[in-house]
Write a protein that binds this ligand. Structure first.
Ligand code: DON
Length: 310
């Protein structure tokens, strides 16, 4: 099977893949953000988007869920664009931490988050977005994420409220970042922007098109709109490759071999540079916060379509 197979062959393959993993056991929906506990663990979708704008979708491809950590590489790219790599590097490293996504551990001495994929790095990235006030920075955020999706995206107010009222660990991280001067002011505005980016409502089609935009050098394959400058695609894909699956990133590169990012809303976005964006949705998560069916599907796609880049 190759990526250049006829569309009917690819569509039939995806239907088989959906059936093959539909009954895969294991995993639980996230509950630490109460609103996420309402997700149906049986829901499941797979979408492929090619860089010439073709979409192949199976399952619950139009069911809404929230981006959660899948927003992190996209906001990191916006921060690179707004502040430049040197300024961003002073606030956020690019080293895999080997820790869980919610680790409070920061670099000794500097207090710098090790990478932009863990919550600490993502909060620091949100703090770097341009804008004279909260409203302008929110507009900047939503414009960037919507450009990757190719349609106007909105915030799920119930998930935002649920995250804002229970995000005590993230507030502790925010104040640690303030303590080290990584966040220069009161961390609350950056935390609120971070909670909002995580609460952006998408579907599995959006995930695949976001990934295809990254695969396409930063240009959306259907709208032709540039979501991020081409110079930032390499840095974004590199941290997705080394850090995107947290303390599973090493095994992910070994088994799947694609830049990717997971989210506790149940999505996984994976990128085959120059060719393809992959979106998988299934909210039953493993102990690391990665979708159980999402990991299994991406491993099968990599093997069956020969996508592993190594
Ligand atoms: O801050 C949090 O904990 C969530 N809003 C995002 C965490 C997440 O998606 C981890 N990725 N699997």
């Amino acid at each position: 099977m190759t990526m250049h197979a006829p569309s009917s062959t690819l569509q039939a393959y995806l239907e088989r893949l959906l059936r093959r993993f539909a009954d895969l056991d294991g995993g639980r929906v996230a509950t630490y953000i109460p609103e996420l506990a309402k997700a149906d663990p049986r829901r499941f979708a797979i979408v492929l988007a090619t860089v010439d704008g073709q979409l192949y979708e199976v399952g619950d491809a139009r069911l809404p869920f929230t981006l959660q950590s899948i927003s992190k590489p996209l906001v990191y790219g916006a921060a690179l664009q707004d502040r430049g790599p040197e300024r961003v590097a002073r606030a956020i490293g690019v080293e895999p931490s080997g820790d869980a996504f919610n680790s409070i551990s920061l670099e000794p001495g500097s207090g710098r988050p090790r990478n932009p994929m863990i919550n600490a790095g993502a909060i620091a990235a949100a703090a770097l977005l341009q804008g004279d006030d909260g409203e302008a920075r929110l507009a900047r955020l939503l414009d960037a994420l919507s450009a990757y999706a190719g349609r106007p995206l909105e915030i799920d107010a119930a998930v935002f409220e649920s995250e804002r009222t229970t995000g005590h660990r993230n507030r502790a991280i925010g104040h640690m970042l303030r303590n080290y001067g990584i966040v220069s002011d009161d961390p609350e505005p950056a935390l609120e922007l971070y909670f909002k980016q995580c609460s952006v409502r998408v579907d599995c089609r959006d995930l695949a098109l976001m990934a295809a935009t990254l695969a396409n050098g930063g240009v959306h394959p259907q709208t032709g709109v540039r979501a991020v400058a081409a110079e930032h695609i390499g840095p974004i894909l590199s941290v997705m490759t080394t850090c995107g699956m947290y303390d599973f990133s090493g095994e992910w590169v070994y088994r799947v071999g694609l830049p990717a990012k997971s989210g506790v809303g149940g999505g996984i976005m994976a990128v085959l540079p120059g060719q393809l964006g992959i979106g998988v949705y299934s909210p039953a998560l493993d102990e690391r916060g990665n979708s159980v069916r999402g990991v299994a599907v991406c491993e099968a796609l990599s093997r069956d379509l020969g996508l592993h880049f190594l």
